[in-house]
Design a protein around this ligand. Structure first.
Ligand code: AMP
Length: 183
């Protein structure tokens, strides 16, 4: 049973690796960024509420994302494991997730920090060219990561749930390092 949370700055390769491992283990890959982008594209009420935050590189309010994650993790296909990519991003979200997992009896999650130096991350994001990958928005997303999300490394480290994997290697090397670290 694999329940895995990916931490790491934007551009660390979380999405790519999460997708590869989810395929490998045949479990859902749950990316809150993907769900939000889809909602935005379809202009659902959630997408409309989230848009201004996403365009600026700010975090969407906790409550909106938490409701989304609760709805997704309680679906039947999540009973055999999952990979969360982009959630939690704040200590508050992490606390929410812990109590949610307890209430739906899905504990035992592991957390991976994909470690990649800042200059590498910025280079990768500029290449990717997504709408929120303009240079000023990238800078803001990195600031938000540092102030809101990075504290989760210590949060999960203190709970002995954390594994650190060097994300500054080829895609294949990172995948195999992840498989070894999680096995
Ligand atoms: P991502 O694809 O994970 O880089 O997410 C893209 C954008 O979606 C972020 O910059 C945030 O605006 C929003 N977002 C994704 N996940 C979360 C989350 N857990 N909490 C708040 N905002 C989020």
């Amino acid at each position: 049973m694999t329940r895995l949370i990916f931490l790491g700055p934007p551009g660390a390769g979380k999405g790519t690796q999460a997708k590869t491992l989810a395929d490998h283990w045949q479990i859902p890959h749950i990316s809150t960024g993907d769900i939000l982008r889809q909602a935005l594209q379809e202009q659902t009420p959630l997408g409309i509420k989230a848009q201004s935050y996403m365009d600026k590189g700010e975090l969407v309010p906790d409550q909106l994302v938490q409701d989304m994650v609760k709805e997704r993790l309680t679906q039947a296909d999540c009973s055999e494991g999952w990979i969360l990519d982009g959630f939690p991003r704040t200590v508050k979200q992490a606390e929410f997730l812990e109590s949610l997992l307890e209430s739906i009896q899905q504990q035992g999650e592991r957390v991976v920090n994909l470690d990649v130096p800042d200059d590498v991350v910025v280079g990768r994001l500029l290449e990717r060219g997504r709408k929120d990958d303009a240079e000023d928005v990238i800078r803001r997303r990195l600031e938000v990561y540092r102030s809101e999300t990075e504290p989760l490394i210590n949060h999960y480290g203190a709970k002995n749930r954390l594994v650190v994997v060097n994300g500054n290697q080829s895609q294949e090397e990172v995948t195999s390092a992840l498989k070894n670290a999680i096995a």
